[in-house]
Write a protein that binds this ligand. Sequence first.
Ligand SMILES: NC(=O)c1ccc[n+]([C@@H]2O[C@H](COP(=O)([O-])OP(=O)(O)OC[C@H]3O[C@@H](n4cnc5c(N)ncnc54)[C@H](O)[C@@H]3O)[C@@H](O)[C@H]2O)c1
Length: 337
Amino acid sequence: MRILVTGAAGFIGSHTVEALLKAGAGDVAAVDDLSSGRRANLDPRARFYQADIRDKSAIAVLFEREKPEVLIHLAAQMDVRRSVAEPTLDCEINLIGLLVLLEAGRRHGLRRVIFASSGGAIYGHQLAFPCDEDHPCRPVSPYGVAKLASEAYLYFYRAQYGIEYAALRYANVYGPRQDPHGEAGVVAIFCERLLTGADAVIFGGGEQTRDYVFVKDVAGANVAALERAATGAFNIGTGVETSVNQLYRMLAEIGGIERAPLRGPARPGEQRRSSISFERATSALGWRPLVALRDGLAQTFKYYQSISANGPAGGAPATPPGSGSHNRSGGRHRSNR
Ligand SMILES: NC(=O)c1ccc[n+]([C@@H]2O[C@H](COP(=O)([O-])OP(=O)(O)OC[C@H]3O[C@@H](n4cnc5c(N)ncnc54)[C@H](O)[C@@H]3O)[C@@H](O)[C@H]2O)c1
């Protein structure tokens, strides 16, 4: 099977390429513009194209050459706060980029798309916990709107051109290689702050909850979706809510570090709780999360420990965090992608 992975040099993309190669799933080509991804993240067995998914001619050449049967689409403008500040840019990358790929795909025999949707951003303020895929989708950021509209475009391309799709609505993904300096998840930020001795800040009491899913489980979901014919939206999470306070305590315990976090004011509009049910993914894709939070956190902490000791090994940059980065742990839009 010929597979094209976009955003392949990023956090989830690089783990997905590894999982595909490990599963012997097929012939893997990879595209990334390296705007935030790193070439060193990517397994060299994947054929790499450096291109922007908005670049119609580069993407046309790529599809003509590779003729992928399956597209795993992970490339995105990931910064939720930036999507609020620059909705047109977000739309260009996250929606126009998808359309450029789908238009090239329909001309070159694309059969199936696995799309990185968001179980955090697409539902907006949740009414049920954990929620299933039939929960109303009322995104409260342009990033979430683009994910929802992407799913609608995928529906259209299936109806019009018979291209099947699985929109995987990932919960909050964490694990090795997440960039703690960019638009990172709270786990990467806490790990780095605990390891460097910098203060972590928890906003608004820290009882806000998220559903944390390990990156290798997410990569496994991408492979599972490739192997099954199921179409539609599937939550990829654990169904478990963990508070920011619990998360910090677990990481501090894993690291054997006794340091209390700083406390900041609540962020207006921040989602209080989030967790998503994975039952549909189990019945349709045969997928369930396998890595318990404590084990995943321990693996993640160990990874950041090794790069802080040895410098970046195909992972996060070694430069110290910017002075403003402490506020990412509880930011209004940042903590739930
Ligand atoms: N990390 C999470 O918690 C989470 C949760 C839900 C959904 N997602 C989705 O999963 C996907 C992957 O996220 P990630 O956490 O690995 O982020 P990431 O930033 O590590 O990966 C995104 C990759 O896309 C590349 N990219 C960005 N714009 C591009 C463009 N115009 N052309 C080509 N490449 C481009 C970047 O260089 C990067 O390597 C995204 O679609 C994201 O919206 C992530």
